[in-house]
Design a protein around this ligand. Structure first.
Ligand code: SAH
Ligand code: SF4
Length: 352
């Protein structure tokens, strides 16, 4: 299946050329951009001030929105998770999280993930492909339209390692944050990484006010080595140095994400060590009780989570326990897609 290119990632010059080739007046470009960004159209048919022939030509050459809903699940507390289908039939996940003070969307940057952390469903089968800039932006547009309301907070914490797809992520974030784009303030964007050092440096040099979250999960190189395969794992000292530089360059605080896995990284010694790292980095800590993904990892028991959290707080670290939003709807990273992929594989096996 060959996919049409997402229209939202087409630059002004290329769109102008495309219009000129169809003998369309130049002002059409502005109208189209308004439909794409201010009005967030999902189909060419919505662009009612364009001639029908032009709408048809646009729809033939481009994807007006490059993601469509393949599946949706909702929990009782305002979390909605979508399995979204791309133009080539691949699927990714996006999650809408409603809180009293903000509406957040969690978006993906890759189909699958090359890092392959042992506890994560997204990395189970490695990388299938990178998303393009338009496919990243279109997840936000899709969420806005589905929610009937604009999201005001973006977390790049869905499938994939964002800092291994910066060529698409940087232009996507610029479109998401630009005034004439989706207009979301850079301070309301958080990029989460497993610790890709060159990527952290490159993100810092972009000079934007995006927040950085580091998925730490282990407080020593040895502890991280048990969870993250070597191919994309950097030495902890280098990662922390890059995070410090990120904070100094951008003035934004870094958040440490720490998935609590029973008997693996939830010991009092780990909390002590984590305290030191958080203090050195002036970082907040987000504790995430691990979602079981069928791998050999179980979440720490509630009592263990409470003790771990208390130990950090008592040592003066700003730490929160992230509620397991969506765990009952398989809303942990990559779980919905993993279920679909497994189902497809099983069906294929039965079919053959
Ligand atoms: N690849 C990036 C961003 C996507 S993962 C990263 O790793 O940071 C987003 C977050 O979900 C990461 O902190 C990741 O470690 C966490 N995560 C993945 N699988 C999980 C699971 N089974 N339980 C809890 N957190 C998980
Ligand atoms: Fe990739 Fe992040 Fe999952 Fe690790 S936790 S496999 S880096 S998506």
């Amino acid at each position: 299946m060959t996919a049409r290119r997402p229209l939202r990632e087409i630059g002004q010059a290329e769109l102008a050329e495309w219009l000129a080739a169809r003998r369309q007046p130049a002002f059409r470009a502005k109208q189209i951009r308004e439909w794409l960004f201010a009005k967030q159209a999902l189909t060419a048919d919505e662009m009612t001030n364009l001639p029908a022939g032009l709408r048809a030509a646009l729809a033939e050459d481009f994807a007006i929105c490059s993601v469509t809903q393949a599946e949706v699940v909702q929990d009782g507390e305002g979390t909605t998770k979508w399995l979204l289908e791309l133009g080539d039939g691949e699927t990714i996940e996006a999650v809408l999280i409603r809180a009293p003070d903000r509406l957040t969307v969690c978006i993906s940057t890759q189909v699958g993930c090359p890092v392959r952390c042992s506890f994560c469903a997204s990395g189970r089968h490695g990388l299938v492909r990178d998303l393009s800039a338009g496919e990243i932006v279109d997840q936000v547009v899709f969420a806005n339209r589905a929610a009937g309301q604009r999201v005001d907070n973006i977390v790049v914490m869905g499938m994939g390692e964002p800092l291994l797809n910066l060529d698409a992520l940087l232009p996507a974030l610029d479109l998401i944050c630009a005034e004439e784009g989706l207009g979301i303030g850079a301070r309301h964007v958080t990029v989460s990484t497993s610790g890709i050092v060159p990527g952290i440096r490159r993100l810092a040099t972009a000079g934007r006010q995006w927040n950085l979250a580091l998925s730490l999960h282990g407080v020593t190189d040895a502890a991280r080595a048990r969870l993250i395969p070597p191919a994309h794992r950097y030495p902890l000292a280098e990662i922390l140095r890059a995070c410090r530089e990120y904070r100094e360059t951008t003035g934004r605080m870094v958040t440490l994400e720490y998935a609590l896995i029973a008997g693996e990284n939830d010991h009092a010694d780990d909390a002590r060590h984590l305290t030191r790292i958080a203090r050195d980095l002036h970082a907040k800590v987000n504790l995430i009780p691990c979602n079981a993904t069928g791998a050999a990892h179980r979440s720490s028991a509630a009592e263990q989570v409470r003790m771990f959290h208390e130990q950090l707080v008592a040592a003066g670290v700003q730490a929160t326990v992230r509620r397991r939003k969506g765990s009952d709807i398989q809303a942990a990273c990559g779980q919905l897609r993993a279920r679909r992929v497994n189902h497809d594989r099983n069906t294929q096996e039965t079919d053959e």
